[in-house]
Write a protein that binds this ligand. Sequence first.
Ligand code: PHE
Length: 339
Amino acid sequence: MSGAGDHVDRITEALKTAMASLESAGDVESLRRVANEHTGKGSVLVGLKSALGSISDVEVRKATGRAINDAMQSLDALVAERLSHLERAAASVAAAGEAMDLTEHLSRRSRGHAHIVTQAWERLEDVFVGMGFKVAEGPEVETDFHNFTALNMPPNHPARSGFDTLFVKYGDAGSTLLRTHTSPVQIRVMQEWDLPIYAVMPGRVFRRDTPDATHMPVFHQIEGLVIDKGITFAHLAGTIEAFTKAFFGSDFTSRLRPNYFPFTEPSAEFDVRSSNGKWIELGGCGMVHPNVLRAGGVDPEVYTGFAFGFGIDRMAKERHDVADLRDMYANDLRFVRQF
Ligand code: PHE
């Protein structure tokens, strides 16, 4: 006697075995193979299905058929679930293999940075370019003419001795020198450029000085020159004030004190101060002397102008609160790395 119970037991048994092997299939390929073994032609379940006709009891046949269909459906569902699981796992393994490490390593120390004088130089240029000035540079080895004579200091002029000049053995004795200031570039710009002129001229200058906390024999200046029709002292004062606020900040102001330079008339010294600080002497300035305009090929009856010049090293020193100028040039990394 064979009831529905026997058939159902065999179906349940086949289902259990099939599920266990599907669960343990470790990759997509073996899953497909195992699925075919348990649900395809030649599988136990398909065999049972084709033998349904030999069950004579209609109720038993129906119940057995339903049980086989249910088992087949469970297995199909399990295959689909395992398949998507294995595919996802395979995709993430592949992605891990192709992944790139995009971590950015920031190590500012090993990169270095511009010297604080270069930083000041570049910021000064930026501020003046922003105000409409063009940048010019002249030679460090100059002629006596450009450094002195053209600047209204003819031979034997007493002001010459104020510049501790380093001469170069070239041409007639005393004719060639290391420029003592950037003012000779004024003459070169006047000779070479079309008018009007709005120029700044940064550069290295040289004086026969013993290094100490506030002096170096090699240092840097930035010169300014404006030549146009109708330029007055008010334009000079306004430019200095606008520069002071643009460079140092809006809480800074400037002042001019009478002074003497052979190449400007009238001449002044200019100082800057923050709203709560002391006055810092910055440089010299004035209206370009008619003799200087003439030396540069400019007609003083038609054009007037102003000029200014100041030390860049001094500004870097003040800005970073450096006590001794010599530290700025010793190239000691313990000092350099602070900025
Ligand atoms: N050349 C002057 C100096 O080195 C500064 C200066 C420049 C003064 C331009 C007036 C005008 O001291």
